[in-house]
Design a protein around this ligand. Structure first.
Ligand code: PAF
Length: 282
C-alpha cells in the first residue's frame, strides 16, 4: 500500500493506476463501517485509494474539530489489511494551500436546508467543497459513501449531477453494533451509561419503520412518537423526520420512505436513518 501525502504524489499515483479506480473518502479513525466502504470498493474496482482528512471546513465554530479522534497509524494498518492500494493523508495546507482558507466553495441548495443542514450551518458546504476537491484530485470512476450519512450522500449525488462529474457515487449500507447502534467515530465520546442508552435512536427509527410498513400514515403522530421514545431514553432529540427516499416531504400514498433522526447524548451528537421499502409486489 502506498502512502501519499501531497496532491502531487496523488496525481502521480493516479496517472499510473490502470483499470477502474475507486475512492473512499474518510476522516480517519476507521471502524468496521469504513472498512465496509473499502470492501465495497475492493469488490468493484481494480485500484482503491482511501483518503484520510479531517476537513476543518465542515466543522462549525463550536464543534469537535480539535477533539475529533485522529488515529493515523492504526488506520494505515487497518487499510493495509483491508487491501487498499493507496492512502492519501494530506495535511491541511495540502488541501487548503492559501493559509488554510479557500475563496471557492461548493454550495448545494435546497437539499441542505433541512435535517442536519439547517442545524449545522455551513457543514454541507464544507463537505461538498472537500469532496469536490478530492474528486478533482483523484478523478475516480467510483466513489463510496456510507448510508449512515444519508443526507450527505444525497448532497454528493446532487453536486456530481449538477457539476457534470463523471463518477458513480455508490452508497454502502450502515454497519451496526449488535444492539443496533450505528457505527460512528463519535460513539467514542459516549460514557459507559450513555453507551447503554444510545441504541434508543435506532430503536425509535426501527419502530417507526415497522409502523410505516404496516400502513400507518399519520406522519405527525409517528414523528412525535419517535421523539418521545428517544427522549424517554435520556437522549435529547434534535430531529426525527419521515421523508421520501429523495428527502422530499412524505405523502400518504407513498410506499417507500426514509426515516432520519439526530439526537444529543453527552458530548456526542448521534445521527441515524432507516429505509422503508415497499413490500414485494406493492
Ligand atoms: O463522511 C465523512 O467522513 C466526511 O464527511 C467526508 C465525506 C470524508 C468529507 O470530509
Amino acid at each position: 500500500m502506498q502512502r501519499l501525502d501531497t496532491a502531487q504524489q496523488l496525481r502521480a499515483w493516479r496517472a499510473e493506476a490502470s483499470g477502474n479506480v475507486g475512492l473512499v473518502p474518510t476522516m480517519g479513525n476507521l471502524h468496521a463501517g469504513h472498512l465496509a466502504l473499502v470492501a465495497a470498493a475492493r469488490a468493484r474496482c481494480k485500484r482503491v485509494v482511501v483518503s484520510i482528512f479531517v476537513n476543518p471546513l465542515q466543522f462549525g465554530p463550536n464543534e469537535d474539530l480539535d477533539s475529533y479522534p485522529r488515529t493515523l497509524d492504526a488506520d494505515l494498518q487497518a487499510l493495509e489489511q483491508a487491501g487498499a492500494d493507496a492512502v492519501f493523508a494530506p495535511a491541511v495546507e495540502q488541501m487548503y494551500p492559501h493559509g488554510g482558507t479557500t475563496a471557492t466553495t461548493v454550495r448545494v441548495e435546497g437539499i441542505t436546508d433541512m435535517l442536519c443542514g439547517s442545524r449545522r450551518p455551513g457543514h454541507f458546504e464544507g463537505v461538498a467543497t472537500v469532496v469536490t476537491k478530492l474528486l478533482n484530485l483523484v478523478d475516480p470512476d467510483e466513489a463510496f459513501f456510507g448510508e449512515k450519512d444519508f443526507q450527505q450522500l444525497a448532497v454528493i449525488r446532487r453536486l456530481v449531477a449538477d457539476l457534470c462529474m463523471q463518477v458513480d457515487i455508490v452508497g454502502v449500507p450502515t454497519v451496526r453494533e449488535a444492539d443496533g447502534l450505528a457505527l460512528s467515530s463519535r460513539n467514542q465520546y459516549l460514557q459507559a451509561d450513555e453507551r447503554k442508552r444510545a441504541p434508543a435512536l435506532a430503536a425509535a427509527l426501527a419502530d417507526c419503520r415497522a409502523r410505516l410498513s404496516e400502513g400507518e400514515r399519520d406522519f405527525v403522530a409517528l414523528e412525535a412518537r419517535g421523539r418521545a421514545m428517544i427522549d424517554a431514553a435520556g437522549l435529547k432529540t434534535d430531529y426525527f423526520e419521515i421523508r421520501s427516499p429523495e428527502l422530499t416531504a412524505p405523502r400518504a400514498d407513498m410506499k417507500a420512505f426514509r426515516v432520519l433522526a439526530a439526537a444529543f447524548l453527552g458530548r456526542a451528537r448521534l445521527i441515524d436513518n432507516m429505509a422503508v421499502e415497499p413490500a414485494p409486489g406493492q
